[in-house]
Design a protein around this ligand. Structure first.
Ligand SMILES: *Cc1c(COP(=O)(O)O)cnc(C)c1O
Length: 360
């Protein structure tokens, strides 16, 4: 087979996989009676990205990255695809690498959840571990060179590989699913940032569709997105690793488009974990840590809307299932070892759901 017909077949396989897949659900979260305000009430929605075949919002990204690389001629028959990943991206990329029949290597930090490692290996991918999160990029580049492979580079390519105008991107899907809701155009979209790709897609789409919706990005401890945003300085770096898998980075990633973000909200790690547990309890199934971060940020904004007598909707993401994190966020020993005090943020959420007022 010529390279060109191999590429055509690889693209066809990915498109066929897309046709076999359904869109993800937009869940409405039940809020207590205080949410029914005279102004018309506030509503919260969760776009459930855990239902993709590879279990997270990274399924969309991996599909886009592979199509982008194939259509740029960067992946040929037998090209080893390499990624620097905190886990979820690699799980999804291993799936697409297997689908088109190329080898896959994930460069990840030691301590990434063993579930994710198992999932990568189950798809035939290999895991290459490094000690510090700042090393993953240089090691991925080195492997690209040594193996004659292709470093698919989610942190650089996320914002450009996804078609922000539409083409069934996550933003277009959310707005289509909101069409018959009481407040179809949300006041706020709330997302975290790992690559920054999801927030870039939403922010651009909002402008392109001329919606008034504002974009809030939640950020976690040991991440530089928030301090860099506040200081207007993209060169800030940190040495610590984020404990909330999928979000929070030690450098401002190239795919983080700060200009399209209307507000950033810092969320302590204890609050993210407490919120993941709290929301899991209300939904009757476990959600991941970054979903907890999103939920906390959404509660802050909903409380503010109620305080100002505003009606409207807030949409955030259920990024992945908590089943991947029973060793960490849902394990009391891990939580204690990390020094995370869950009682105070849990009390804030309990009080919020009971009364509608948010204690700072
Ligand atoms: C990647 C990821 C995010 C953030 O999405 P980006 O588009 O990379 O910014 C949030 N949660 C989880 C679980 C992720 O894997």
């Amino acid at each position: 087979m010529s390279d060109r017909s191999w590429t055509a077949d690889a693209v066809r396989r990915i498109e066929a996989d897309g046709l076999r897949s359904a869109d993800t659900h937009l869940l409405k979260v039940d809020l207590p009676d205080w949410s029914r305000t005279p102004a018309g009430g506030v509503d919260l929605y969760l776009k459930d990205e855990s239902t993709h075949p590879t279990g997270s919002l990274k399924h969309r990204l991996a599909r886009s990255l592979f199509l982008y690389a194939l259509c740029n001629g960067w992946i040929a028959p037998g090209t080893t695809v390499i990624e620097a990943s905190s886990g979820s991206t690699a799980v999804s990329e291993a799936y697409f690498a297997k689908l088109i029949g190329v080898p896959f290597v994930a460069v990840m930090v030691k301590g990434t959840s063993p579930r994710k490692t198992e999932l990568i290996e189950a798809q035939g991918g290999m895991c290459h571990f490094v000690d510090s999160p700042t090393e993953i990029y240089t090691v991925a580049q080195r492997l690209e060179h040594e193996l004659g492979g292709h470093f698919i580079d989610q942190f650089t390519m996320a914002e450009r590989a996804t078609d922000w105008r539409g083409n069934n991107n996550i933003a277009e899907s959310v707005f289509a699913q909101m069409a018959r809701e009481p407040h179809p155009v949300p006041e706020w979209i709330v997302v975290g940032a790992g690559t920054g790709g999801t927030s870039a897609t939403f922010g651009r789409y909002l402008r392109y569709q001329q919606h008034d919706t504002r974009l809030a990005v939640v950020d976690v401890e040991n991440s530089v997105f928030l301090p860099a945003y506040e200081a207007g300085d993209g060169s800030i770096v940190s040495t610590g690793a984020s404990r909330i898998e999928g979000i929070g980075r030690p450098r401002v990633e190239p795919s983080f488009v700060s200009q399209v973000i209307d507000a950033m909200i810092g969320v302590p790690d204890a609050a993210s974990v407490a919120a993941a547990r709290f929301l899991s309890g209300r939904l009757g199934r476990r959600v991941g840590g970054s979903t907890g971060t999103n939920f906390w940020g959404a509660c802050v904004l909903l409380a503010e809307m109620v305080r100002h007598g505003r009606a409207g909707s807030v949409v955030t993401l259920l990024c992945d299932s908590g089943d991947r994190y029973d060793h960490t966020y849902f394990n009391d020993a891990w939580v204690a070892e990390q020094g995370l005090e869950l009682d105070p943020p849990t009390a804030v959420l309990d009080e919020y759901f009971a009364t509608g007022s948010w204690r700072e």
